[in-house]
Each structure stands twice: as C-alpha cells, then as structure tokens.
Write a protein that binds this ligand. Structure first.
Ligand SMILES: CC(C)(COP(=O)(O)OP(=O)(O)OC[C@H]1O[C@@H](n2cnc3c(N)ncnc32)[C@H](O)[C@@H]1OP(=O)(O)O)[C@@H](O)C(=O)NCCC(=O)NCCS
Length: 181
C-alpha cells in the first residue's frame, strides 16, 4: 500500500481532507489552471466539494491521491492509478498557477514515482499524458526522465475541440538507472 504521507524537501503530500475544499476552490476556479483539464467550467464550490469527497472515498489500493501542501496550504493534487494485471501506473498532477515554474510539481511527481516503484515491486511502468500544447506538463515528464512515446491524435474532446495527447512513460529499469546515477 502506498504511504498516505510523503515528505519532500519543500512539500508535504498527504491525503485530502474535507477541510481542503476552500484551498481547492481557490486554485481550481482559475480558468488558466483548468485549460488542459477535464474539469467543469466555471468551477464552483459544489465542484470542489465533489472533488474532495471523491478523493476521500477513493480505494487507495487501485488509485491513490495526495493533496500537495506547501507552507500550510493545499496548492494542488497528484494521483496515480494502477492496472496491476499489466503492471502499469498512470499519474496526473496539478498545482495552483501562482506556484508554477518553481519545480514543485517535478518534486511531488518524483516522490510519487519513487513511492510507487518502491511500494509495488511488480510495477513495471508509469505513464502520463498531456495535451500537446501543455508545455509545462510535458517538461515535468522530461525532467522526471520519462520517455516521450507517442501522440494520440484527437484523443480528448474538451470544451468544443479535439485535443492531441502526448504520452510519456518511465520503465522500472530506467527509474533504477536514474537512482543509481
Ligand atoms: C503543468 C503543471 C503541473 C506544471 O507544474 P510546475 O510546478 O510549474 O512544474 P515545474 O516547475 O516542476 O516544471 C515546469 C517546467 O516547464 C517549463 N515551462 C512551463 N511553461 C512553459 C512554457 N510555456 N514554455 C516553456 N517552458 C515552460 C518550466 O520552465 C519548467 O521547466 P524548467 O524547470 O526546465 O525551467 C502546472 O502548470 C499546472 O498545474 N497546470 C494546470 C494543470 C495541468 O495542466 N496539469 C497537467 C495535466 S497533464
């Protein structure tokens, strides 16, 4: 089972709690944050409540999420879902716009990758996908050592347009090689 609490140099990753609704609403109601995410627009308090309740009720064996806490506030979230038959995990993340570009998502995602490969010795691969225009997200994947594997054309239909999705993956062997560098 994945740890419910992960500490990094600057962040605390911990399970969401119902008291986080206000923090989630404050970053998720920013349309720039939502641009590449399949979330409701406009994003209301009810949406934040539904999101947080969903995280609290999650079966952490197959899909684990963490609130990203920085200096006492929740500034984002990160999750990973598993298909244990195929030994694959799929990760997603987001943080509030005012914290972009400080390396915080790379720090959080690196910790979740380490935790996942360590906790599940059979896990062989972690993948993540992003809209091809989401330069920041694709750069996070690159900094994590993930390999750009392909583009799924018009794979998402969101807010009236089809979106091309770039998929990246990190194999256990590659993760181990990076650790031992
Ligand atoms: C995508 C996202 C998670 C990145 O988070 P972040 O904390 O800014 O990521 P990091 O700081 O760890 O790394 C971002 C990198 O992208 C780069 N970057 C961001 N926007 C860029 C742009 N428009 N052009 C070039 N580089 C860009 C940053 O410079 C940084 O690279 P560097 O460290 O080499 O300078 C954040 O922007 C976000 O939450 N966006 C909204 C939700 C979202 O899109 N989630 C991902 C869905 S796939």
């Amino acid at each position: 089972m994945l740890s419910e609490l992960i500490k990094t140099d600057r962040l605390i990753l911990r399970v969401f709690s119902l008291v986080d609704v206000e923090d989630v609403l404050s970053y998720a109601s920013d349309p720039e944050w939502a641009r590449f995410l399949p979330v409701p627009q406009p994003y209301t308090r009810a949406d934040a409540e539904k999101f947080v309740a969903g995280q609290v009720l999650k079966d952490r064996k197959t899909r684990a999420s963490w609130a990203i806490e920085y200096a006492g506030s929740v500034i984002g979230g990160i999750d990973i879902g598993f298909n244990f038959d195929h030994r694959v995990g799929e990760m997603g993340y987001s943080i509030a716009r005012r914290f972009w570009g400080k390396g915080l998502t790379t720090e959080a995602a690196g910790a979740v990758i380490d935790e996942s490969f360590s906790a599940y010795p059979d896990l062989n691969r972690i993948r993540a996908g992003a809209d091809e225009r989401n330069v920041g997200s694709l750069r996070v994947m690159e900094k994590l050592g993930m390999v750009r594997e392909g583009v799924l054309r018009q794979d998402q239909y969101l807010r009236g347009e089809f979106r091309n999705m770039v998929w990246c993956g990190l194999l256990r062997d590659e993760w181990e090689a990076r650790k031992n560098r």
